[in-house]
Design a protein around this ligand. Structure first.
Ligand code: URA
Length: 195
């Protein structure tokens, strides 16, 4: 299969992260870089926080319990993982799954922005407050979840993180309800583009 131009550009960003030795302390204790996975032509990009244990082992984002839940929610809107692109802000697993630190998020942000520039999605779905605040600083996830926000020409949809919702019945339903609105949001965007 011939590699698409977009995939080649994404591969170059991954090479750049490695060559520039971003977050060397995180890199040293991680198994590998977890760059991103999915369709470079996707309309939707999902952005999580940082890889966990399973992601660190497999080198792919969202392959553990949160990933399974995410796949179930994708199925509700007739999408598969191959239809979307998925990545994290921080691309190495933080030790003991601690929250990513501000300097780590800052170090990876230019590469995340470069990924988005290549993919050019219609909607960027941020999963959890860390991911949301990278793009939409100062907002509170409890107040704005499920509400599309346009910022510097890009539409973002802040959602709760699947890991937070996994074992919390009320939050789980809220996340599912927000998730189901994704196709409606995309349809509205497409309609407004036609005008
Ligand atoms: N949680 C995340 O934020 N990212 C992953 O890749 C897995 C779990």
């Amino acid at each position: 299969m011939v590699k698409s131009e977009k995939q080649a550009k994404l591969d170059q960003i991954k090479t750049d992260i490695l060559a520039k030795n971003i977050c060397p302390d995180l890199a040293k204790q991680a198994t590998q870089l977890v760059f991103g996975d999915g369709n470079p032509d996707a309309d939707i990009v999902f952005i999580g926080e940082a890889p966990g244990k399973n992601e660190d082992i497999q080198g792919l984002p969202f392959v553990g319990a949160s990933g399974k839940f995410l796949s179930e929610m994708l199925a509700l809107i007739n999408l598969k993982r191959e239809d979307i692109y998925i990545t994290n802000i921080v691309k190495y697993r933080p030790p003991s799954n601690r929250d990513p630190e501000q300097d780590e998020k800052d170090a990876f942000l230019p590469f995340l922005e470069a990924q988005l520039k290549v993919i050019q999605p219609k909607v960027v779905v941020t999963l959890g407050r860390h991911s949301m605040n990278c793009f939409l600083p100062g907002l509170q996830i409890g107040k704005v979840h499920g509400q599309p926000k346009r910022y510097k020409g890009q539409v973002y949809l802040p959602l709760f993180h699947p890991a937070a919702a996994l074992y919390n019945g009320a939050l789980r339903q809220t996340l599912i309800d927000d998730f189901i609105s994704i196709p409606i949001i995309i349809k509205k965007l497409e309609e407004s583009e036609k005008k």
